[in-house]
Design a protein around this ligand. Structure first.
Ligand SMILES: Cc1ncc(COP(=O)(O)O)c(C=O)c1O
Length: 383
């Protein structure tokens, strides 16, 4: 393994908890069977593991029934499922002007097919306000969908206020929690989130190929994928029952086993402890970045208002040059460029060069934070 300081957890978390490696490995070596597809005991064991993870997810996010948890293959998969499975020509949807491509591109495609989309404008720090959402709602608004925290600006939204306004007009409120799930508590019922989309491989510390769409009640999402489910095989039509309706085809059972282990790990560590550790890292990073005159930080100034990521630029260097220097000379793995969110960069005037993003995670050491700060100080003074 290269001796790198990995600060790219907003793209995917790494390393994973030891139990996640072991559980996914054990599943593949010792169980291996296709969950729900056969009656033999290995298939039943696989099914039990998948259903246990469904229960863990429902409980973790405050959903009333595990059947309302649909497994997906990443965040993008879930967002496409929700957006394309709910909206039809003639519907109106509201999103924001700082979304990730996995929200903005499916909506863009639907716009070309007759769905009307309105873009709520964020303020200069990337915050969205309920009072600006209210006038955008219409009788035919079916869906309000936005990220809990932008993966560029990091600002954490007041979800309860935004959801309340969406509901006053009868719209569904869907949240892309790609940058907050596993980093801070999310209680769907308390916040009024009708549909939550989470990737497994980021803050939830699970393997690649995992994610979930979790609903408070059956919102009527239609599948874009029909196929085998292990139930009602005699019918020509794909079953309508959840979770099967939205889970055609073989699941990533080894990844789901790892996701279950990851949630147990997070529960054992305590989500509030994780949030406190990550906020402390962010405070240190922000302090070091704010001390450099050449640095412009995008998003809120304080760690309390942000998710665990910070994007910035150093005057006189492109984000790619900074990324190259940090990688080559300082063994720092961060992410330069547009971060799959050109809209955020347009909103803060950093399009098309983008910015450089650091995103520590639960396993980031104090030594890594100090090394990154030392590297940035030296680059700002010498390059
Ligand atoms: C805010 C946001 N939404 C959605 C996604 C897409 O998630 P995935 O990479 O799991 O498809 C990302 C990934 O970076 C993200 O940051």
């Amino acid at each position: 393994m290269l001796n790198m300081h990995y600060l790219d957890n907003a793209a995917t978390s790494w390393p994973k908890p030891e139990a996640v490696y072991q559980t996914a490995d054990k599943f593949m070596r010792e169980i291996g069977a296709n969950p729900g597809r056969s009656g033999h005991c290995l298939a039943k064991q696989a099914d039990t593991i998948v259903e246990e993870t469904r229960e863990l997810l429902a409980e973790f996010f405050g959903a009333p029934d595990p059947k309302l948890v649909t497994f997906t293959f990443n965040g993008t998969d879930g967002l496409n499922l929700v957006i394309k499975g709910l909206l039809a020509p003639g519907d109106h949807a509201i999103t924001s002007n700082i979304e990730h491509n996995s929200v903005s591109r499916p909506l863009r495609r639907l716009e070309q097919q007759g769905v009307d989309v309105t873009y709520l404008q964020a303020d200069a720090n990337g915050l969205l306000f309920a009072e600006n959402l209210a006038p955008l709602l219409r009788p035919e608004t079916k869906l309000v969908i936005m990220s809990h925290a932008s993966n560029v600006l990091g600002a954490v939204q007041d979800v309860a206020a935004l959801a309340k306004v969406a509901h006053q007009n009868g719209a569904l409120f869907a949240l892309d929690a790609a940058q907050t799930a596993g980093h801070q508590p999310i209680d769907m019922q308390a916040l009024g989130i009708d549909i939550l989309v989470v990737p497994g491989h980021k803050g939830l510390l699970a393997p690649y190929g995992t994610g979930a769409v979790i609903s408070l009640r059956d919102a009527g999402i239609l599948p874009w994928r029909d196929g085998g489910t292990g139930i009602k095989s005699d019918s020509r039509m794909h079953p309508n029952e959840l979770p099967y309706r939205l889970e055609g085809g073989t699941l990533n059972a080894a990844g789901i086993a790892g996701l279950g282990a990851a949630i147990k790990f997070i529960n054992a560590e305590g989500l509030t402890n994780i949030a406190a550790k990550e906020s402390n890292d962010m405070q240190q990073l922000l302090a070091c970045l704010q001390a450099e005159e050449r640095i412009t930080i995008y998003g809120p100034r304080s760690a309390a208002e942000r998710a665990g990521l910070v994007a910035f630029n150093v005057a006189g260097l492109s984000s790619a040059e900074l990324g190259q220097l940090l990688n080559d000379d300082w063994r720092v793995a961060g992410r330069p460029g547009l971060h799959c969110s050109p809209l955020s960069h347009r909103a803060v005037g950093t399009f098309p060069d983008g910015s450089y993003r650091l995103s520590p995670g639960y396993f980031t050491t104090p030594n890594a934070i100090e090394s990154v700060c030392a590297a940035i100080r030296q680059i700002c003074r010498e390059q």
